[in-house]
Design a binder for this molecule. Sequence first.
Ligand code: SAH
Length: 347
Amino acid sequence: MTLQTAIEVLKKERAPAYRERQLTHAVYAELAESWDEVSALPKALRERLERESPLRTLTEQASQRAEDGTIKLQLRTHDGYPLEAVAMSHGPRRTVCLSSQSGCALACTFCATGRMGLGRNLTPDEISEQLLRLARLLRDEQDAKISNVVMMGMGEPFHNYDNVLSAIRTINSPDAYGLGARQIAISTAGWIPGIDKLGDEPMQVKLALSLHAPDDELRSKLMPVTKRYPISELMQACRRYREKTRRRVFIEYLLLSGVNDSSQQARQLVALLAKGGPGAYHVNLIAYNPTGTEYVAADDAAVRRFRGELEKGAIGTSYRVSRGRGIEAACGQLVMKGIPARKRAAV
Ligand code: SAH
């Protein structure tokens, strides 16, 4: 749904000016799913809006709920491309994880979405619709509101930069959904042109970089994009971003047993990040969610050791507890089975 097309309908109808405010309120505050629900509008107008600018263009294939409050939605675009969106609860907070693409071209070897190949970029409306749908379910089922948004569903957000930023502007705008920019994070596998562009945006969104390895040799095995953008260049891009924005960068580091979880690798990571100066980076350690690969999650002792080394090196860390595993809603588990891959590894 494009509010813009709905507003054009108003113009064609020569509707009074206050109708525009009613439409905006219906979409972002009432979280209406169809114009028919919006009883403040005359019936004839509702019918025309429903025909010319329906509020939902994605169709729901399935939805799942886990005991920890996680909700996973499997959706499909009007032209048949699958995507997923997830809402997770952390105490009173509700974080929604949105997809930027159907599938992904980057082919990270641990990631289920990476095995799909790329379907296509999602439009700004297809991205914000994921949020509106989850906001509605959270309100109706848990009496809860979204507190955070992360672009960590399917896809590489910086391969779809303009549409992702357009959706985020809608999510952030006080005239639309109105969530604070600091509550919104974009996670990238390390697409440098996107990091540079984000540094020039006036919005205070957070940047997370999925690093997952302290050296190029290992990182290339996990994330083929490293061959295009090696770690040293990534670190320079992060430095440029910090200089422009004065904001710290979040580093995502997935702990894989016997692959990237040794004390020595932790010290290598400290050495890499310490170059940024105090407080330049914060590391989110992530537990690996099984996706049918040969990788195994690091055990508790390895996680503690790794974290200890980072703390000794004065690098701030958190350990992300996995949510929604039982319903395959965790990071990197987003995939639709039986969908043919279109393009692969176009790095
Ligand atoms: N393409 C972007 C955003 C989508 S992936 C990126 O790479 O950052 C979001 C996060 O989930 C990334 O840090 C990614 O590496 C991580 N991830 C992928 N597969 C995972 C898995 N099986 N278990 C845990 N995290 C995973």
